[in-house]
Design a protein around this ligand. Structure first.
Ligand code: PLP
Length: 340
């Protein structure tokens, strides 16, 4: 069996999840008549202490809707240069929202309040207007790096002071929370909106949820529709999300243990360098020349392991629900075999 470390999006629904999907009660969600979608939205809003939530096909859509609802054309969003909204959403901030982006260089994708405050533009007719800060927790390109609650609180204080909204791209928020022990409500209290992916480490096949105030979500629902994201009997998918939240949160710790196992194997190997600190389920490291990602990935592939290049000399491994402890051990064995 292939061990797939390309992403935590590659998981297949478990038998229990499939049973929950099969049994879902559904209706037409565009008319808000899908009881399972409604239940998922209520559950997610409650988890973060927000008033309302919206189920969407993807995390790109939840982020893009948030950017659109929080800003007006000619505004500017402040975020880290590694942010998913900047790197991997096709430049949608410009396309959908007509806004500029003010990129900061945090530590492994993690910003602090000082940097954010320094990036807030003074109000002049010739400048874009700072209106939104986006933080990503955990930060994918930062190697699954985590925000402390303290840092989030201090960034929120800056946002309040300058009248900016704060959106949290929490695609992998539960990976952070199981490590820090912070409650979802404590994070929810600091963010105007949260985007949570159900289809990453939580193991659902499809879907993300956007949470926020009642008025924010009412507007978000309209933007979802114009983006073509109004789904009909989406309860089959929402059922997978509910199941994931009920069964797959605590086990994220296992993924983190497996990621640490891979990182410590790499630490002793002569071809791997600059292993980013592993805080959750992502391992990012560089290959020392002359070894190239193409050669290394082919070697892994011949040994039944899939992974991906994450830069000219960089490799990323992501652990998840479909990578067992035995598989992680097997990967460490293969890593040690290279060149030896
Ligand atoms: C995966 C991801 C998203 C959204 O991705 P989709 O593939 O569109 O669901 C957003 N932000 C981060 C940090 C991600 O890792």
């Amino acid at each position: 069996m292939v061990i797939n470390l390309i992403s935590d999006t590659v998981t297949r629904p478990t038998p229990g999840m499939l049973r929950a999907m099969w049994a879902a009660e559904v209706g037409d969600d565009v008319f808000r008549e899908d009881p399972t979608v409604n239940a998922l939205e209520e559950k997610c809003a409650a988890v973060f202490g927000h008033e309302a939530a919206l189920f969407c096909p993807s995390g790109t859509m939840t982020n893009q809707i948030a950017l659109k609802v929080h800003t007006r054309p000619l505004d500017e969003v402040i975020c880290d240069e590694m942010s998913h909204i900047y790197q991997y959403e096709v430049g949608g901030y410009a396309f959908h929202s007509g806004i500029a982006v003010n990129l900061l260089k945090g530590e492994n994708g993690i910003l602090d309040a000082k940097m954010v405050e320094a990036a807030v533009r003074p109000r002049f007719d010739w400048l874009p207007k700072s209106s939104l800060v986006v933080i990503e927790n955990t930060c994918n390109k930062g190697g699954g790096s985590i925000y402390t609650l303290e840092t989030i609180r201090s960034i929120r204080a800056v946002c309040r002071k300058h009248g900016l909204a704060l959106h949290l791209d929490g695609a992998r928020l539960f990976n952070a929370l199981v490590e820090t022990g912070d409650s979802p409500e404590s994070i929810g209290a600091e963010a105007d909106s949260i985007s949570l992916c159900l289809s990453k480490g939580l193991g659902a096949p499809v879907g993300s949820v956007l949470t926020g105030s009642r008025s924010f979500i009412a507007e978000a629902r309209r933007v979802r529709k114009v983006m073509g994201g109004g789904m009909r009997q989406a309860g089959y998918l929402a059922a997978a999300g509910i199941y994931a939240l009920d069964h797959h949160v605590e086990r994220l710790r296992d993924d983190h243990a497996h990621a640490r196992m891979l990182a410590s194997a790499l630490a002793g190997l002569p071809y791997a360098a600059n292993i980013r600190p592993v805080q959750t389920n992502i391992v990012i490291f560089d290959l020392l020349p002359p070894l190239t990602p193409a050669t290394f990935l082919e070697f892994l592939s011949k040994n039944g392991i899939k992974a991906s290049a994450f830069g000219p000399q960089t490799i990323r491994f992501v652990t998840h629900l479909d990578v067992s402890r035995e598989m992680a051990v097997q990967v460490t064995g293969v890593l040690q075999k290279w060149g030896g």
